[in-house]
Each structure stands twice: as structure tokens, then as C-alpha cells.
Design a protein around this ligand. Structure first.
Ligand code: NAG
Ligand code: NAG
Length: 365
């Protein structure tokens, strides 16, 4: 009733003044870059060991089948699409991403990758970040062929972008083995400064490729994930060294995004404080309906944190009671909490503003 009234009202107004944002809300493309936290299945098309293509991955997905997402169900990009009423975004390597589907955007993320080219080399054939950016260029050519160069440019300018990088540069590079090459080359503070300077180049390139609304997540509390509790913690407390890495990286990331925004003269880059978003339920799991934030639902060994989640692993009966699905990745339930903060969080969670505010602003222009 109210909606019908608003729409009717809108239609009348728009005849006189301008197109109405409610009746004429055009859909918006969504592009995703990064690692396993946001990979929706690209690695299934590659010869890599970093894959989520066997049960019980996907056990709570609508199809109840593995899809390449590192989740029991939906991942963060899925939930953002759902909340914003966007069409789901397909993995770039999916053969289904053709024709009209191109208009919805694409997901270029690949599990195992990092900011640095040498992060994740142990996973063999994965799509490193510069390769993701190259595929994004290729995508734009394909889109141009479909809707013309101007239409393509507009679609990319108006799109929402999510990029999640950095965690693997610590857990799958600097801290992968004792005396790793990177840890012999750099002290931790110097390594973090180097990562930030390299990340800045990646983001600048993303801007030069036409994106204008980019959500950038920092790293979560890496020392608190079940894998690190199992490998590095004797007491069950979060590993101090990895927590120090996150504490150095995240504030410098926010500073770098501020500087980039100043450089381009607009609030293009939005920092999502993934550390805070995770820490809320990691430090007080019961307040969020979890029985534990230390033990993974799927895995083996202490905290179910050793090795991978496979058909032979322990599996909890109710995934919603676990903050962590596998040794590294949040459950769908935890992803929902994170996405709520991305949408509606205060400036402590989303800087300089949350996604609801962004969508409101962008719908006015
Ligand atoms: C990483 O690889 C890309 C493309 O292959 C290259 O342009 C870039 O300079 C490399 N980064 C570093 C730090 O070597
Ligand atoms: C975030 O979003 C909500 C709307 O859901 C808004 O009321 C709130 O003021 C926003 N917070 C900030 C800090 O932008």
C-alpha cells in the first residue's frame, strides 16, 4: 500500500521534475577482487590445491553442493548482493558469464592470493591480483562489445567494488614457515610498510580502470582463527605475533586509503574494519549466538584447526552455532554479522561511511 502510493507519487513527480530514484532504480554491477574470503568459485576452474569443491563445503548453500565458496553456505559477496537486491555475481571463469550476465559484474577473486606476487605460490595455478586486474580489463572489452564503450565505462563507474587482500601475505607467506624468505628479508614493521605501498599501487590501478566505489576490507584477527590456535597457541589465546601483524597493518591501510582519496579528490575507497567485525564475535561468541569461536565446525585435530575441511573431517551438526566454518573461514552466520556491519556499522566499522549511506548518496546522483 505505502509502496504503491510512493511509486504513484514518484511517477507524477518524475513527469514534471526529474527521473525518480524509487521508480527508476537501475540495477548496479558488482565487482569482487581478492582471496578465499570472497572467491565464489574461480579456483574450481584452475589446477590448484586451494579449492573448496568437495563436500561438506556448500552443505548449507541453496543447492547443498560445493560451489568453490569457502563457506558452508553463502559468502560475503553473496550476502552483499542479496542485501542490495543485486543479481548474484558469477565467478569470472564461469562459462555462464556471457551476454546479459556481464551487466551484473563479475567476481575475479582467487583463493590463496595476496598483495604480493610471491604469496600463495605453493598453491600453484591461482589468479594473482595483477592477473585479476588484467582479467577485469578483458571483461571490460567483452562488455564494450556488448553495450558499447560508453555504456561499459558508465557501468564500471557506477559499480560497487569489494576487494579483500592481505591475510595470505601473513599466514601464507611471512609466517608460513619459520625463517621464511620474507621474514628474513623484512622486520614485521618494514614488511607491513612494504605491503601497504604495494597495495596502494593495486588500488590506484583499480581506480585507473574506472572503478569509483571500492570497499576495502582490512585483515581479520589472524591470530584467533582455529588454524593458528592449533599451530601456534598453547593456551587457546589468540597468537600474539599474528595479532601484532593485524594491529600494524589495519591502521596503516586506513591511512593509505585516506591518502588515496585525497589524491583522487573523492571518497572512492571505503575502509571496512574486518578486524573489529570479527573481534566482536571472537571475544564474545555467546552474545552472537555461537557456542564457540575457537573450534572450527569442519576440520580435525586441536580446535578442528589442522589441515583442510574434507569429507573425512569432523563436522558439526549445526553450522549456525560456530563462528568458524573451517580452520580459516567464517561460517555463513558469521558472514551475515559481518555484512550487517558493512551495511549499517558506525564509523568505527566503516570509514568514512557505511554501505547504506553510500547507496543513498549514489542513488541521488
Ligand atoms: C607483480 O607482478 C606484476 C605483473 O606481473 C608486475 O607488474 C609487478 O611489478 C609485480 N610486483 C612486484 C612487487 O614485483
Ligand atoms: C549507517 O547506516 C545507518 C542506516 O542503516 C545510518 O542510520 C547510520 O547513521 C550510518 N552510520 C554511519 C556512521 O554512517
Amino acid at each position: 500500500m505505502t509502496n504503491a502510493l510512493v511509486l504513484g507519487f514518484c511517477a507524477i513527480i518524475s513527469l514534471i521534475v526529474a527521473p525518480c530514484s524509487i521508480s527508476a532504480q537501475p540495477t548496479r554491477a558488482f565487482f569482487v577482487f581478492g582471496d578465499s574470503l570472497v572467491d565464489s568459485g574461480n579456483n574450481d576452474f584452475l589446477a590448484t590445491t586451494a579449492r573448496a569443491d568437495a563436500p561438506p563445503y556448500g552443505i548449507d548453500f541453496p543447492s547443498h553442493r560445493p560451489t568453490g565458496r569457502f563457506s558452508n553456505g553463502l559468502n560475503i559477496p553473496d550476502l552483499i548482493s542479496l542485501e542490495l537486491g543485486l543479481e548474484p555475481t558469477l565467478p569470472y571463469l564461469s562459462p555462464l558469464l556471457v551476454g546479459e550476465q556481464l551487466l551484473n559484474g563479475a567476481n575475479f577473486a582467487s583463493a590463496g592470493i595476496g598483495i604480493l606476487n610471491d604469496t600463495g605460490i605453493q598453491f600453484l595455478n591461482i589468479i594473482h591480483i595483477y592477473k585479476q586486474l588484467k582479467l577485469f580489463q578483458e571483461y571490460q572489452l567483452r562488455l564494450s562489445a556488448h553495450i558499447g564503450p560508453e555504456g561499459a565505462r558508465n557501468l564500471v563507474n557506477r559499480a560497487l567494488v569489494l576487494i579483500t587482500l592481505g591475510g595470505n601475505d601473513f599466514v601464507n607467506n611471512y609466517y608460513l614457515v619459520p625463517y621464511s624468505a620474507r621474514s628474513r628479508q623484512f622486520s614485521l614493521p618494514d614488511y607491513v610498510r612494504y605491503l601497504i605501498s604495494e597495495y596502494r599501487k593495486v588500488l590506484r590501478r583499480l581506480y585507473d580502470l574506472g572503478t569509483r566505489r571500492v570497499l576495502v576490507t582490512g585483515t581479520g584477527p589472524m591470530g584467533c582463527v582455529p588454524a593458528e590456535l592449533a599451530m601456534r597457541s598453547r593456551t587457546g589465546d589468540c597468537d600474539v605475533e599474528l595479532q601484532r601483524a593485524a594491529a600494524l597493518f589495519n591502521p596503516q591501510l586506513v591511512e593509505m586509503l585516506n591518502a588515496l582519496n585525497e589524491e583522487v579528490g573523492s571518497q572512492v575507497f571505503i575502509a571496512a574494519n574486518a578486524y573489529r567485525m570479527h573481534m566482536d564475535f571472537v571475544s564474545n561468541p555467546r552474545a552472537y549466538g555461537f557456542v564457540t569461536s575457537k573450534i572450527a565446525c569442519c576440520g580435525q585435530g586441536p580446535y578442528n584447526g589442522i589441515g583442510l575441511c574434507t569429507p573425512a573431517s569432523n563436522l558439526c551438526p549445526n553450522r549456525d552455532l560456530y563462528a568458524f566454518w573451517d580452520p580459516f573461514h567464517p561460517s555463513e552466520k558469521a558472514n551475515r554479522i559481518i555484512v550487517q556491519q558493512i551495511l549499517r556499522g558506525t564509523t568505527e566499522y566503516m570509514h568514512p561511511m557505511n554501505l547504506t549511506t553510500i547507496m543513498d548518496l549514489d542513488s541521488m546522483t
